[in-house]
Design a binder for this molecule. Structure first.
Ligand SMILES: Cc1cc2nc3c(=O)[nH]c(=O)nc-3n(C[C@H](O)[C@H](O)[C@H](O)COP(=O)(O)OP(=O)(O)OC[C@H]3O[C@@H](n4cnc5c(N)ncnc54)[C@H](O)[C@@H]3O)c2cc1C
Length: 356
């Protein structure tokens, strides 16, 4: 049996950041990170993220948490570890009513955290602010008469951030990485054992005793930190603990080609960011647009909830299709799933491989 002070399950961004901070705060602690994927880290949702960051939230707690993360990442990048962090802004195309509400006006008063962007500026950035009646009917999109631009916001490369945390854990020492090791049942133990066969019984208070792994071993720790995102529900179900989360598929489409290149290299809205437009969201439908400077492409994502079950496709096959050959525009999905385009083109998706 392997024994540690703390076992973190999952080597995505949450698990790696947890292991890093736990070790940094407790230098004598013996920590393990257990990850089911083979040989490496951040191959779950972290690898599939659109990776926009922002500190504009209606909840003050969220604002504090995100501001502190952003300043930590900024320091890491300034220390010479390139996280691909760009402060190109976060643009909410949410309309006049939204920008005039109290919370947003508070952001604007708070020392330049955000500013209102008028329709002319949005149009100059390449957006159609007045969709035709056909587009409105088809896509259910509104006119955009104003937006909100967050300044301390932008994009990051999550694989670089994960690599930073993993590297720092190894540099500090005392953090063991058990890759290719899936945690199976959590073994529960009564808080007050009666030493009677069949424990724990329904009415006893329990805590996690050990973890079984796919390698046939058992791991014991003083504390367990589950950082398994959407897999947490399945991991906890046998214990009767509800994680209050369910998986829902999201898709990110990478679109590249001559028609799209002007969207990637456009005069910036945030001062000092060369030629990069902001991470942009149409909140009414959860449509996002993220410039991807490395490949000169744009990522699009839609929160398409209707009729989509709470289910989960682990490792779908890869694929890319040219959608409009006359313009050489191509679209590939960076996340799991399948898109039906204009009724006659099915697009199969590749997994995005993250490591450099
Ligand atoms: C399409 C999409 C777009 C997104 N866009 C954004 C965005 O713009 N901004 C933003 O902030 N967030 C965004 N997110 C959310 C963000 O990516 C996730 O919140 C974040 O990556 C979660 O990290 P994690 O470490 O909790 O999970 P994961 O990265 O999924 O890591 C969980 C790990 O646990 C491992 N694991 C699971 N079960 C077990 C087991 N039994 N034993 C051992 N290991 C196990 C998995 O293999 C995985 O490596 C987006 C997510 C998606 C899918």
């Amino acid at each position: 049996m392997l024994t540690f002070d703390t076992v973190v399950v999952g080597a995505g961004i949450t698990g790696l950041a947890s292991a890093y901070h736990i070790k940094r705060e407790n230098p004598d602690m013996n920590v393990a990170v257990v990850e089911k994927k083979g040989g490496t880290f951040a191959q779950g949702n972290t690898a599939r993220s659109a990776a926009g960051f922002r500190d504009l939230f209606s909840s003050e707690v969220n604002r504090k948490l995100t501001s502190s993360s952003i300043s930590f990442y900024r320091k890491v990048q300034e220390s010479g570890f390139n996280l691909g962090m760009k402060f190109n802004g976060y643009l909410f195309l949410a309309g006049r009513k939204f920008v005039e509400c109290d919370v947003v006006q508070g952001f604007i008063r708070e020392g330049g955290r955000a500013r209102v962007v008028e329709e002319d500026e949005i149009r100059e950035a390449g957006f159609n602010t007045r969709p035709s009646s056909e587009e409105k009917a088809l896509l259910s999109v509104p006119d955009i008469d104003a937006g909100l631009l967050g300044r301390n916001c932008g994009i990051i490369e999550p694989d670089r951030l994960a690599a930073y945390y993993e590297g720092e854990c190894r540099r500090m020492g005392g953090v063991e990485f058990l890759y290719n090791t899936e945690v199976r049942p959590l073994r529960l133990k009564p808080v007050e054992p009666l030493n009677y066969p069949g424990e724990p019984f329904l009415w006893q208070s329990v805590h996690v005793d050990t973890l079984d792994t796919s390698r046939g071993g058992t791991v014991r720790a003083e504390q367990y930190v589950l950082c398994t995102d959407m897999w947490t529900t399945a991991l906890l179900d046998p214990t009767g603990i509800d994680s209050h989360t369910r998986p829902k598929k999201r898709q990110v489409f990478q679109v590249s080609g001559s028609e799209i290149s002007s969207l990637v290299r456009h005069p910036p809205m945030v001062e000092g960011e060369d030629v990069l437009p902001p991470f942009t969201i149409l909140p009414a439908h959860g449509i996002i647009m993220r410039p991807e400077p490395k490949s000169g492409s744009v990522w699009f994502s839609v929160a398409d909830d209707y009729g989509r079950p709470y289910s989960f496709e682990e490792d779908p096959p890869a694929g890319t299709r040219v959608l409009r050959e006359e313009h050489s525009a191509s679209c590939e999905c960076l996340h799991t799933g399948c898109l039906k385009v204009q009724g006659d083109v099915d697009v199969g998706w590749p997994l995005r491989l993250q490591h450099h």
